[in-house]
Ligand binder design. Structure first.
Ligand SMILES: Cc1ncc(C[n+]2csc(CCOP(=O)(O)OP(=O)(O)O)c2C)c(N)n1
Ligand SMILES: [Mg+2]
Length: 191
């Protein structure tokens, strides 16, 4: 999957959304193609990938066939995609994947857990990270920092006077500017 393939896939989803073909919310990815392509070079097919409401790019890059993914999105399943045979699981509950990802890592599998910057600011994330770190679990947390919690600037909401986190050797973090709104494509569609 190239950068252009990813962008074209999401554009097709947005087009379907705008004509009312999708009866359920969709959260589109955009602006983080290069960062994700880079990270997924390290992710092996046998690794588990845990994602959230914004999971299309993660699924595509982990090998879920695009037509199968598109079928499920068109069926309104964008917010709860899961493909055990591809070792891919999501939850749309903020932080919902964290204990599950830790559990799978505790069972010995290599796990990659993708969370937004807002999710990375909640207590459940600190618990999960501490649990994993103390047990040296084979889990990599990746914080996808668009500085937005839906439409609230995450960092400003916390404090104006503290520098934004830069990531650490234990928690990966990349920054991007999102190209779609938090949910949908910007076109109001009643369903
Ligand atoms: C427990 C819970 N509370 C609230 C929500 C509504 N909600 C969905 S996404 C989101 C903010 C997520 O921000 P971030 O983690 O930075 O991810 P981003 O959407 O920016 O990728 C919220 C509050 C939810 N899904 N689950
Ligand atoms: Mg965010």
């Amino acid at each position: 999957m190239t950068r252009d393939d990813l962008i074209a896939f999401e554009r097709d989803v947005a087009d379907a959304w705008e004509v009312g073909r999708i009866r359920g919310p969709v959260h589109l990815s955009g602006g983080n193609e290069d960062a994700l392509i880079d990270i997924f070079k390290e992710i092996r097919r046998e690794d588990w990938v845990f994602s959230n409401w914004r999971s299309h790019y993660h699924a595509l890059l982990h090998g879920v066939p695009p037509d199968r993914l598109m079928r499920d999105i068109l069926a309104g399943k964008s917010m709860f995609l899961h493909y055990p045979e591809y070792r891919f699981f999501t939850s749309s509950i903020v932080g919902g994947i964290l204990p599950i990802a830790c559990g799978v890592a505790a069972a010995g599998a290599k796990v990659w857990c993708f969370v937004g910057d807002m999710t990375a600011s909640i207590g459940a994330f600190h618990d999960a990270w501490t649990f994993a770190w103390l047990r040296d679990l084979p889990i990599e947390f990746v914080v996808e920092d668009n500085d937005l919690s839906t439409n609230t600037p995450t960092w400003e909401a916390w404090t104006a006077n503290v520098e934004r986190p830069r990531g650490s050797k234990d928690i990966r973090r990349y920054w991007y500017t999102r190209t779609y709104p938090h949910v949908g494509s910007g076109v109001f569609v009643p369903f």
